[in-house]
Design a protein around this ligand. Structure first.
Ligand code: PLP
Length: 507
């Protein structure tokens, strides 16, 4: 659909809240009597009761879940740090906007509001709605992968992006800078693409490159951002070579925050201008609205008319009519507001600042975590924490199961388990073995973060008790979602015993 570059019908003031002092954010608040810490610039008005099971029941739950945190029932989880996908807290304005949704199959006013907002913030010409991020990845792969032996260079893969690219017969080639794969570093933009490697690939295999994918806020390697300078350089190289650039903007909110706070040239540039500049550097920008915009859904923003025509044919076939693409109109209204709120530093700073707090507290306890603090969540370095467990026994998966047992906290394995076996059965070992503890926006309080740090600390002191895992049921595709595993010894019972010795009757 063609985007008219006008303002969305509801005014910016309606969304952003015009208040005195707006423009300052929580990062700038200093404390008098204690060390600086993140201070929420919102208050909680709706709550959900939580349940912390006794440790014996937590052991039963993780056993029933096949030691896979994806298979835990949420009723048995205390703090759900699995993901921020569809779990960010929505704002009062988002909820209010949902009531204004125009419920029609075709030509919904809701769609035109969303389309106009996307055109306004990314400066892109066309918007095609889809039901979530992976649907966009499927459609992009289908449209752009057209030949044999094609490759898709990118900073780093995301699970579903790689699965779809492989499904259409192309190969992912990762060309992230070396620092990106080092858990400990002080490089502020570990998600950057190695542009020399990109030039070399263009020199040797230009005709095989289906497209170049840039993932803002690299999910699998610690939520590490990409700099604007790097995106500009990659875009320039690709434009000169006639290669399509695809930007995965799912984790863009965090990446915007890091461009603003870590990239000197952008510290005084409004978020709105940074976002628009990014939108101009890619031929296709897609996103999961479960992440960007704190709603549920997704979409593809396209500059070129010919590409839009190709996507347009597929949307009604796989997603839904062109004015909803599989999304509920209520979520689309919430997304329109959520995207506008992404331009507010108070909104986009909250998660990175909580993550930074968690990373510095854990580092002070000498617990190995990915540094510098990135977006999305705090990432524990399981390769180092459980250095006695070989990668073939899934240390990050074992750490996820162990942390759930000792705390009721659900994290997500981001290591070898999240990889896929080769067709010949060999298992590629992941570059990093991480346990990701996602901090969905505005969901957890600082005391809950402190409880998390406390239980991680206890587990770290008792890390030699943790053993490995082995598959009892291993799906061929995306095995981390629903594969089942078992401990390789009675280590979980020993962990429970030690917990009871140290904590007595405490949960
Ligand atoms: C970087 C990135 N791209 C794509 C996706 C896929 O989005 P969805 O979960 O909406 O399918 C995700 C989801 O976590 C993601 O983090």
């Amino acid at each position: 659909m063609k985007v008219k570059h006008g303002k969305a019908k509801l005014s910016t003031a309606h969304f952003a809240g015009v208040q005195k002092g707006h423009g300052k954010n929580m990062a700038e608040i200093k404390f008098f009597g204690s060390a600086d810490m993140p201070l929420e610039m919102h208050k909680v008005r709706i709550i959900q009761k939580l349940n912390l099971l006794p440790i014996d029941e937590r052991l039963e739950s993780i056993t029933e879940a096949g030691n896979n945190t994806f298979l835990l029932k949420n009723r048995n989880v205390f703090l759900d740090m699995l993901t921020d996908s569809g779990t960010n807290a929505m704002s009062d304005r988002q909820l209010a906007a949902m009531m204004t949704a125009d419920d029609s199959y075709a030509g919904s006013e809701t769609f035109y509001r969303l389309e106009a907002k996307i055109g306004e913030i990314f400066g892109t010409k066309h918007f095609l709605p889809a039901h979530q991020g992976r649907a966009c990845e499927s459609l992009i792969s289908q449209v752009l992968i057209t030949g044999e032996n094609q490759i898709v260079p990118m900073n780093y893969h995301f699970t579903t992006a790689k699965a779809h690219i492989s499904r259409f017969g192309a190969e992912v080639v990762e060309i992230i800078i070396d620092e990106g794969l080092r858990a400990k570093s002080d490089n502020p933009f570990k998600g950057n693409i190695n542009t020399d490697a990109l030039k070399e690939l263009i020199k040797t295999r230009k005709k095989d490159i289906a497209f170049v994918r840039i993932e803002a806020g690299t999910n699998l390697i610690g939520g590490q951002p990409v700099s604007m300078a790097n995106i500009k350089e990659v875009s320039g190289i690709c434009r000169d070579a006639g290669i399509i650039v695809v930007l995965d903007a799912s984790l863009l909110a965090d990446n915007l925050y890091f461009i603003k706070t870590r990239e000197e040239a952008y510290k005084d540039v409004p978020i709105r201008d940074i976002m628009r500049e990014l939108g101009q550097l890619a031929d296709i920008t897609y996103f999961s609205a479960r992440k960007l915009g704190c709603a549920r859904g997704g979409g593809i923003c396209v500059q070129r008319d010919d590409l839009m025509m190709k996507f347009r044919e597929l949307i009604p076939l796989f997603e839904g009519f062109l004015t909803y693409g599989g999304m509920s109109v209520r979520e689309m209204e919430a997304l329109t507001v959520g995207l506008e709120e992404t331009l507010d530093m108070d909104m986009i700073a909250q998660a990175p600042q909580f993550i930074s707090h968690m990373v510095s507290e854990l580092s002070a306890l000498d617990i190995p975590v990915v540094t510098p603090a990135g977006g999305l969540g705090c990432h524990l370095n399981a390769k180092e924490i459980l250095s006695h467990i070989p990668q073939e026994k899934y240390p990050a998966g074992a750490l996820a199961a162990a942390l759930y047992i000792v705390s009721g906290i659900r994290g997500m394995e981001r290591g070898t388990l999240s990889e896929q076996r080769e067709p010949d059965g060999t298992e590629p070992l992941a570059n990093m073995e991480l346990l990701r503890l996602a901090l969905p926006r505005r969901v957890f309080t600082l005391s809950q973060v402190k409880y998390t740090i406390d239980r991680i600390n206890w587990l770290y002191q008792n890390r030699e008790l943790v053993g490995g895992l082995k598959f009892t049921e291993e799906p061929k595709i995306l095995r981390f979602f629903f594969g089942r595993l078992a401990p390789d010894s009675d280590w979980q019972e020993k962990l429970v015993k030690k917990f009871k010795e140290d904590f007595g009757n405490s949960l």
